[in-house]
Design a protein around this ligand. Structure first.
Ligand SMILES: Cc1cc2nc3c(=O)[nH]c(=O)nc-3n(C[C@H](O)[C@H](O)[C@H](O)COP(=O)(O)OP(=O)(O)OC[C@H]3O[C@@H](n4cnc5c(N)ncnc54)[C@H](O)[C@@H]3O)c2cc1C
Length: 492
């Protein structure tokens, strides 16, 4: 519940925003507000104090200026599909929803780029470029619903990021509204800009550095051919071995996805994908490019799969069969609902050569704790998505699932990986940050944040475990920051 001072500030803002943006751009009805109380991580909820739906950069600027003047925190939200609680609102703050900023401003084929607003749905960019023979490469599994603004904030990846890279590799420039209400461009329409790569800093900053209002993205020419195979293995060990062999041979597939037995079971129950019977793991491998290269590399991939124990290899003959192969993988997260009432989607990265060992460790952890874990993930880049299954109605199961989830992240760190691959830190993993970073590391990151947001009102409480600096309530660290003391940085 917002305190009286906060609620007074919110009602002043509601009045101001209605006058400036129009009645339909502001939501203050408690029932309507409740529909924005979480993102894709439904575990955490908070009803926002106020929701605004701007349609232009100027309107975003007006909202940010209003919040800055009254010191009211705000959170940007795209489609709300994030899986780390990054768009979790605040009861004492404003939720700035970009769903009405949905214009594709420019498709510029000679320069291979598009300019879009943040609320544009990822797949819409490809749809707009497709008639010209081009597409937008980063393809989160949520691409039919997630927004480009959300992708920028999360530095989203997807099945094809193994070959084509993450969002950061496809963003040329960003127009942002800074937390003090300025409109600035980071990067631009050309591939390289002088000075620090601030667009690179902004991508993946999880809505903590400002609100992006326009995005210049690269478009790629659609490949000449795409070939996809599905390989069934007896175990995740064998499948992991095949992944390392394929990449080790110098082949870079567009995608290599793995699902283990439990994930296959869920997908079968949901979409009847007819994956190889008795498989302990399946790999989906996709190659794209010029037809001669693809033909030669495809034969190599098939050989590595068989040499590492694939007992069945299916090759898609056309686009329909290709879609059939992908059906099980694309529906896997939702499909898990068929075999478990509740689940946590975890996201961690490991070096791909550690796949077999880490999957074995996860299986052991699961056996020891009695918590089932289904694995479905981007094997090519070592980006794991363990789905930790539980039943909220059984006392203690939710907590046990959380423990297992945390233990999996520890495994990732132990194997030289990271606590998040593509879903961000958000509110969910903030507590895990000190397992990867020292206090000094975190403080240094905060200094970057302070440079954008000295007042600490732009998506506060996310990413960092303990609020420090930037006018936030001091947490663990007391006294002068070591970098300031050493004369190497200045606080604002
Ligand atoms: C079924 C499913 C599959 C998924 N698969 C993938 C996957 O393969 N790869 C992947 O990377 N992710 C995946 N995700 C996670 C999610 O879709 C991505 O993180 C996506 O980028 C979130 O976009 P969104 O528009 O929903 O953002 P939101 O959830 O609304 O917001 C996410 C973050 O972005 C910030 N933000 C939103 N808009 C702006 C803006 N205009 N300016 C500044 N900050 C902003 C928010 O504050 C928040 O911190 C999946 C999610 C689901 C539910």
């Amino acid at each position: 519940m917002a305190d009286p001072t906060a609620s007074e500030a919110l009602s002043r803002l509601a009045h101001r925003f209605r006058a400036a943006l129009g009645e339909r751009a502001v939501i203050s009805d408690p029932v309507e507000l409740a529909t924005y109380s979480c993102d894709g991580l439904t575990h955490y909820t908070a009803t926002p104090g106020l929701v605004v739906l701007p349609e232009t950069t100027e309107q975003v600027q007006e909202v940010v200026r209003g919040c800055a003047e009254l010191g009211v925190p705000y959170v940007a939200r795209g489609s709300g599909t994030g899986l780390s609680g990054g768009a979790l609102p605040r009861a004492d703050g404003v939720l700035v929803v970009t769903t009405r900023m949905r214009r594709i401003i420019e498709i510029d084929i000679p320069n291979q780029r598009a300019v879009v607003e943040p609320g544009v749905i990822n797949l819409e960019v490809t749809r707009a470029a497709a008639p010209h023979g081009f597409y937008y490469a980063p393809d989160p599994s949520s691409q039919q619903v997630c927004s480009i603004g959300g992708n920028v904030a999360e530095n989203s990846g997807g099945a094809h990021c193994l070959k084509y890279g993450f969002t950061v590799h496809h963003v040329l420039g960003l127009e942002i509204v800074t937390p003090d209400g300025e409109v600035v461009w980071l990067g631009g329409k050309t591939p390289d800009s002088p000075g620090y790569d601030l667009a690179g800093v902004f991508v993946g900053s999880e809505g903590t550095l400002g609100i992006v209002t326009k995005i210049v993205v690269r478009l790629l020419r659609a490949p000449q051919v795409v070939r996809t195979l599905l390989a069934g293995f007896r175990s995740t060990d064998e499948a992991g071995g095949a992944v390392s062999a394929i990449i080790g041979a110098g082949v870079v597939p567009a995608a290599i996805e793995m699902m283990d037995a439990l994930a296959i079971e869920a997908a079968e129950a949901s979409v009847h994908c007819d994956y190889p019977r008795g498989a302990g793991a399946v790999l989906i491998v996709e190659l794209d490019g010029p037809s001669a290269d693809v033909a030669q590399q495809f034969a190599e991939v098939e050989r590595h799969c068989r040499e590492h124990g694939a007992f069945e290899v299916r090759v898609a003959a056309d686009d329909v069969e290709r879609a059939e192969i992908w059906k099980g993988r694309k529906s896997a997260f939702a499909a898990v609902g068929r075999i478990s009432p509740d689940y946590l989607v975890q996201d961690g990265v490991i070096p791909r050569t550690a796949l077999p060992e880490v999957l074995r460790d996860i299986a052991e952890l699961s056996a020891r704790s009695g918590v089932r874990v289904a694995n479905v993930f981007h094997a090519g880049d070592g980006n794991l998505h363990p789905l930790v299954l539980f039943d909220e109605s059984v006392p203690g199961q939710g907590e046990r699932a959380e423990e297992v989830s945390g233990a999996i992240l520890d495994l990732c760190i132990r194997h030289g990986g990271s606590i998040t691959g593509e879903h961000g830190v958000g509110v969910d993993k903030a507590k895990f940050m000190p397992r990867m970073f020292t206090s000094e590391d975190l403080d240094t990151m905060q200094l970057v944040r302070c440079a954008f947001d000295p007042a600490g009102i732009c998506n506060p409480g996310k990413v960092f475990p303990t609020p420090r600096l930037c006018g936030e309530v001091p947490g663990k660290r007391k006294g002068v920051h070591p970098l300031v003391e050493a004369g190497r940085a200045e606080l604002f």
